[in-house]
Design a protein around this ligand. Structure first.
Ligand code: SAH
Ligand code: SF4
Length: 341
């Protein structure tokens, strides 16, 4: 059985050729999959009944299922999607009231090997990579379920996208060409896998690269992110400078604010110093207490002070709005609690 979700127009044409149908049929199917997000071949109403029956013998729209769906009071929707092998990942749809953007926060792996101390995903360890089809099927699941068209994608769900780079780049290609979502509306967030950042520099990535920094000095960062040992700040910085030089793109720096750990004035100053030469925007993320780590988020006053100091250094700084906090759906805070059954 061929699964249509994830196939390019050329690949769908191979199927219609096999059924001795015209290239136009392939285009109709392609459009129905990516732009109209149908759930079944029967919904492809412009195809004749007899052709649909032929197609159904050899193909299906998808094998991905929604296991759990939760809607937050702010409109955020979290899905636990289930793949044919029984593994599940979370994917989240966020709407921002003041804009017409619909952002999908997608997962790139089942579990994650990086094991950051504050992260619910890391606690599970690494299970496996997602294929590019499984990645894009998260977005199709959202579109099929809501009937809406996703406009922006962030790789901020479960997993480390740069440790599954081939599938992530192939998925981005499909988001660009088949979903018609521009490269600049896509963000990849990474804990800082330096060789892969260098690869993206050479590749000339036009999507936004977001770096999870979380501390400006090695001794602190290593307590949050064991990856600091392998890829330390001293080597990350030249890689980021090289990335900006090669791609011309501004980086996003993600920084979790943790009370009494990395949110004091001294740390803000050393963060500003670390970022001084790097063309970047800064996104402050108040720590979201989803695991039993003992970490707390700072007070609003402390957050604003930290923000002000960074802005003073000339950077654009935003504080990430908490979305779907009543359903644990904030980006990067997904645990995929339901395990394979
Ligand atoms: N593995 C990638 C992408 C997924 S995490 C990465 O680490 O960048 C996306 C973002 O959410 C990261 O910046 C991550 O550090 C952050 N995050 C994870 N757990 C969090 C928590 N409990 N509170 C706040 N932010 C968290
Ligand atoms: Fe992996 Fe990102 Fe979680 Fe760290 S924060 S464990 S890199 S998913």
């Amino acid at each position: 059985m061929k699964i249509l979700s994830g196939l390019t127009l050329e690949e769908i044409t191979e199927i219609t050729d096999e059924l001795k149908a015209s290239k136009f049929r392939a285009k109709q199917i392609h459009n129905r999959i990516y732009l109209k997000s149908v759930s079944s071949i029967d919904e492809m109403s412009e195809l004749s009944k007899s052709f649909r029956e032929e197609l159904k013998k050899i193909a299906a729209v998808t094998e991905t299922k929604i296991k759990i769906k939760q809607t937050s009071s702010d409109g955020t929707i979290k899905y636990l999607v289930k793949y044919p092998d029984g593994e599940c990942v979370e994917t989240v749809l966020m709407r921002f009231d003041n804009r017409s953007n619909l952002t999908a926060c997608v997962s790139s792996q089942i579990g994650c090997a990086v094991n950051c101390s504050f992260c619910a995903t890391g606690k599970r360890g690494f299970i496996r990579n997602l294929t590019y089809t499984e990645i894009i099927d998260q977005v199709l699941t959202i579109q099929r379920d809501t009937g809406l068209k996703v406009t922006n994608i962030v790789f901020m769900g479960q997993g480390e996208p740069l440790l599954n780079l081939d599938n992530v780049l192939k998925a981005i290609d499909i988001f660009n060409n088949d979903f018609q979502i521009g490269a600049r509306r896509i963000t990849i967030s990474t804990s800082g896998i330096i060789p892969q950042i260098n690869k993206l520099s050479d590749y000339g990535l036009q999507s936004t690269l977001a770096i999870s920094l979380h501390a400006p000095v090695s001794e602190k960062r290593i307590k949050l992110m064991p990856i600091e040992e392998k890829y330390p700040l001293s080597k990350l910085k030249p890689a980021l400078l090289n990335y900006v030089k090669k791609t011309g793109r501004r980086i996003t720096i993600e920084y979790i604010l943790i009370k009494d750990f990395n949110s004091d004035i001294e740390t803000a100053k050393s963060l500003a110093l670390f970022l001084k030469d790097i063309k970047c925007n800064i996104n402050l993320i108040p720590y979201n207490d989803v695991t039993e780590t003992g970490y707390k988020k700072p007070s609003n006053n402390e957050i604003m002070k930290f923000k002000y100091l960074l802005e003073h250094s000339g950077k654009k700084v935003t504080v990430r709005l908490e979305r779907g906090s009543d359903i644990d759906a904030a980006c990067g805070q997904l645990s995929g609690k339901e395990k394979k059954k």
